[in-house]
Write a protein that binds this ligand. Sequence first.
Ligand code: 5AD
Length: 360
Amino acid sequence: MRGERQPRRWDHSSILSWLREENEERLVELWEVADTKRQKCVGNEIHLRGLIEISNSCRRSCLYCGIRAPRTDLPRYRMSASEILACVDEAHSRGYGTVVLQSGEDPGITADWLAGLIQSIKRKTPLAVTLSLGERSYEELARWREAGADRYLLRFETSDQSLYAAIHPGPQGAPSHPEDRLAILAQLRELGYEVGSGVLIGIPGQSYASLANDVLLFHELDLDMVGVGPYIAHPDTPLGQGLGAVPRIDDQVPGTELMTHKVLALTRLACPEANIPATTALATVGADRGQLLGLGRGANVVMPCLTPQQYHGHYEIYPGKAEATSGEEWHHSLLAHLHTMGRPPGRGQGPRSHTAQPVS
Ligand code: 5AD
């Protein structure tokens, strides 16, 4: 009986039964299998990626997101190149190996401007550059890759077609499909980026069965990076106000710390060599403890936030995010925790994934 519960049989029903598992003793098996796999496949180091939220302008209207375009009450900002480079210096001096430039889907971030910035970062530092800027054109992605960008993150959010269409309207309310983002992930792969994706856990309308499909899709896509985090309701969004045409379902997934840990562990089994962060959203629902536990349940990356204080409140994709993983003090306490856990901070960019191709 016990043997059957081992997630060696890798199929939808075994993932589903782990997602539904509530027995703490049996869950310990899942944590142990995931932690052993993590140690064997990516080692003990925790890679630190400095997150810089370069703009909160966004042309999209995702029903769950606090920086969605229709929020007219939210002050918008776009950091200047010199402000961003100051954050990059901070990442370098703290010993991080990567900077992640993240923003809303902001057309004001032009191909040329960002290419110049990536080149400056590459000239000044040995850091890897990860981009997380939403759905951008093939030409833009190609230009940034040529300029030296190494990795790109674009979550597909959910593989459930009708749920995706309900929470993620296309431009001017046009219908949208998870395939739109999957096509971009394929382009990123073709361009030689290391490719990252992921999902929200506990979005209203998300069933256990669809979350199990998401984990299977991580495996199918052979992702280099996978970010998963709990959905956190934002009161100034339609989903946060209980609006939106999301399907009402009986087996709604909860957006809890425990559910996030289960998905982290299953993700490690789905993509053994991937870089998997214990995300800021996990730190927001589970505090530092939830995030550190995640590092023992499959995760091997933390993304400390380097966005200047004055912009914190404005990059509020969900409430409570602002201070979760930022500041010098938090950085030092993270290093102390990692030391206690016997998980040294990684040096340099971290291992290059098995599938990504260098630029020719
Ligand atoms: N709760 C949790 N995560 C969110 N994101 C956007 N809105 C929320 C929310 N309300 C996540 C999305 C996006 C990432 C940058 O932030 O998954 O891909």
